[in-house]
Design a protein around this ligand. Structure first.
Ligand code: SF4
Ligand code: SF4
Length: 363
């Protein structure tokens, strides 16, 4: 069950249309945070470490729709906090879908099974389940045992009801790539349409967490995780972003490609850093000194960051905005497909099949 063509086409049309009109700073994904509170307390999370009064506030459906209309991104990622705690979540989702947006509803899945009857499966709605690894790894990451089993049960229930489902996984310094590979093998058997991966980011608000990655360590870990991956794995991410994570492609951050709107307004400059808030999206675009952000800026807060919210929009633009990027995308996709099939053959051979590692039929 791959990403529908209509979704890919919507993004392509948006990016190419903006390029033809000479519009540079157009967002692809709105990160919408209708509330910041959560029913978990993951050690690496900066969102839940906000002031108590902010944790009590929540956006109204009308504020969510106004933000989506104002920024015009074709994809809205509803995050938080835990969005399923919002009493008007179903109305927010329905309203965004009705506006023609593709909606990624990001959730820790603790309340997902209970809320499924209130949601309507739709080709524009993806349930994106936070799952940081196999049982012991995930439960340790979220600081509560039993959450992995709840999430896996919710994924099965959502698939039975016909929802599109993806998983999102954050890797920290202690993550074991082989354990993650086994985890991805398992998740793909549940009928999810894609995996999303990202390295953890050291929020100021979560600076007590010792597990964040340096850029070199990130690249090393993602090479171990992604090289020779099986063809059964599908990613809801671009080949160039995955190449970037492995140090095989250079990208610069374009934080305006994934703006964040929350109970505090439009966050400057990105989902991860809070250098102030703006009342309107235009104010965010025009009033932010974007040169101060990204790796080449020398900003220490950006030095080790390789997080999708800054670099996935850059990867999409590289893919669609230049022949070099398009060619590299095709090259990486073919390379990984070939290596994946080679790995599959080796595994079948090791498991006692008749096919040899070189692909010919053995005795
Ligand atoms: S589930 Fe998400 S929002 Fe909740 S504490 Fe964990 S990382 Fe933060
Ligand atoms: S490099 Fe990372 S932290 Fe810096 S602006 Fe970009 S996304 Fe935000």
């Amino acid at each position: 069950m791959p990403v529908p063509l209509s979704q890919t086409w919507s993004v392509v049309r948006q990016v190419v249309g903006h390029a033809l009109r000479g519009e540079r700073q157009k967002p692809l994904v709105l990160m919408l945070e209708p509330l910041l509170r959560c029913n978990l307390a993951c050690p690496g999370c900066g969102k839940i470490r906000q002031r108590a009064d902010l944790l009590q506030r929540q956006l109204t459906p009308a504020e969510c729709f106004a933000a989506a209309d104002e920024c015009g991104a074709p994809i809205v990622s509803i995050a938080g906090g835990e969005p399923l705690l919002h009493p008007h979540l179903a109305e927010i989702v329905e309203g965004l879908v009705a506006r023609g947006r593709f909606v990624y509803l990001c959730t820790n899945a603790v309340k997902l099974e209970a809320i499924l009857p209130a949601l309507r499966p739709h080709r524009r709605l993806v349930l994106s389940i936070h799952l940081d690894g196999p049982r012991e790894v995930h439960d340790a990451a979220v600081g509560r045992s039993g959450v992995y089993d709840i999430a896996m049960r919710a994924i099965r229930a959502a698939r039975v009801r016909g929802f599109r489902v993806a998983t999102n996984t954050t890797l920290f310094a202690g993550s074991d790539p082989q354990l993650m590979r086994d985890h991805f093998d398992r998740v793909m058997t549940l009928g999810v349409e894609g995996l999303m991966v990202s390295p953890g980011y050291a929020y100021d608000a979560a600076s007590g967490h010792a597990g964040f990655l340096t850029r070199e360590r990130t690249q090393q870990m993602f090479r171990q995780l992604l090289q020779r991956r099986p063809r059964t794995w599908r990613f809801n991410q671009t080949p160039l972003f995955l190449a970037f994570l492995q140090g095989a492609w250079e990208l610069e951050c374009t934080p305006w490609g994934t703006p964040t709107f929350s109970v505090q307004g439009w966050q400057r400059p990105c989902y991860l850093i809070a250098d102030g808030y703006c009342a309107t999206f235009q104010e965010l675009l025009q009033g932010t000194d974007w040169q101060r952000y990204g790796r080449t800026s020398g900003n220490p807060q950006c030095r080790d960051c390789m997080v999708h919210c800054g670099y996935e929009p850059s990867a999409v633009r590289d893919t669609l905005g230049s022949l070099r990027g398009l060619w590299a995308t095709l090259k990486f996709a073919v390379q990984w497909s070939r290596r994946g099939s080679e790995r599959d053959r080796v595994q079948r051979h090791q498991a006692g099949g008749r096919e040899t590692p070189c692909g010919c039929v053995g005795s």
